[in-house]
Design a protein around this ligand. Structure first.
Ligand SMILES: [Zn+2]
Length: 312
């Protein structure tokens, strides 16, 4: 995979690449590789919600002035209904799994979920050069429910499944740009080889990232009965709260698989929002079906950018 080409080539291919639709269901489409885009080319696009009022600088200053409120402190009466939540422009949310170089035995499909180290670094550099600001779930919740302002070009980065390279590779790369992220941890893996330890998860939390729940061992939520809710949700969430010393408010469905019966179960356990993959949101409970796209290992920065613009 060639990641860097001349600016002239990029300019010539940018138009062609921008017309491709890169959908991202469980298997992201592989769009054309157009190389690393220039910041100028990307700045011309406007992805994500527009800043609602005032100048971008003013809105950003306001958005950054105070931390987003704890979602549980927002009075129910101030939370918009499903229609108003669904009507707001979506914030792009990227979902990553492993960040490591491909191995000979990796299948073609697996490579959609394994982003090579340099490709990941190029993707983060593209986001930074394009002016994206990472936001965290409390900011997203306040925006969706009350219309709270966000920084310009907001984006959320999420990492699933507790892979160690999220700590050793993604974390230092994000640090370089002042980016924060959400780590959806499945607790069965904690401390196992090639997975993060409890101490590493605590460090991520202490450094201002958000830890979310991603079940005990990644079983499909649609099949839970009785005790499964204790094993897959109650106990792992308690473990994460003990590790971080913080309340765990956000959940990501394994495989992005969900059903409406799961929402009341998650709500009564204190979750305020849950994340799925690229399918449509539930019109009645959009906060429990917040969309993400999987950033494929095949994607150049340009392809990723096109997907961000087209998928949200
Ligand atoms: Zn997962």
């Amino acid at each position: 995979m060639i990641l860097f080409r001349t600016p002239l080539f990029v300019a010539a291919t940018a138009l062609a690449a921008s017309t491709l639709f890169a959908s991202c269901e469980t298997k992201p489409a592989t769009a054309s590789e157009a190389g690393s885009p220039t910041a100028e080319a990307l700045a011309a696009d406007s992805a994500g919600p527009a800043v609602t009022s005032g100048t971008a600088a003013t809105a950003e200053a306001e958005a950054n002035a105070a931390p987003a409120p704890d979602p549980t402190t927002i009075p129910a009466g101030k939370v918009g209904d499903a229609a108003s939540i669904t009507a707001r422009p979506q914030v792009p949310i990227l979902c990553y799994h492993q960040i490591r170089d491909w191995r000979a035995k990796d299948s073609k499909t697996a490579k959609d979920y394994i982003v090579p180290v340099q490709a990941f670094k190029n993707q983060m550099k593209m986001l930074a050069d394009s002016g994206y600001h990472t936001i965290l779930p409390d900011q997203l919740y306040a925006y969706l429910t009350t219309g709270a302002k966000l920084p310009s070009k907001p984006i959320m980065l999420t990492f699933d499944d507790t892979d160690l390279d999220q700590f050793t590779v993604a974390r230092p790369t994000l640090d370089k740009y002042g980016y924060k992220a959400v780590y959806f941890v499945m607790t069965v893996s904690l401390g196992r080889p090639n997975y993060m330890s409890k101490a590493q998860v605590k460090q991520l939390s202490d450094e201002g990232n958000v830890i979310g729940s991603h079940t005990w061992d990644h079983h499909n939520v649609k099949k839970y009965q009785g005790q499964d809710w204790v094993t897959q949700i109650d106990k792992p969430t308690k473990t994460l709260e003990e590790i971080t010393g913080k309340k765990i408010n956000y959940f990501a469905f394994p495989f992005g698989l969900w059903n409406q019966q799961a929402f009341p179960e998650l709500k009564k356990r204190g979750f305020v929002a849950a994340f799925v993959l690229a399918e449509k949101r539930d019109p009645i409970d959009p906060l429990f079906t917040i969309r993400r796209i999987i950033a494929s290992g095949y994607w150049s920065p340009r392809t990723l950018h096109n997907s961000i613009v087209q998928s949200f």
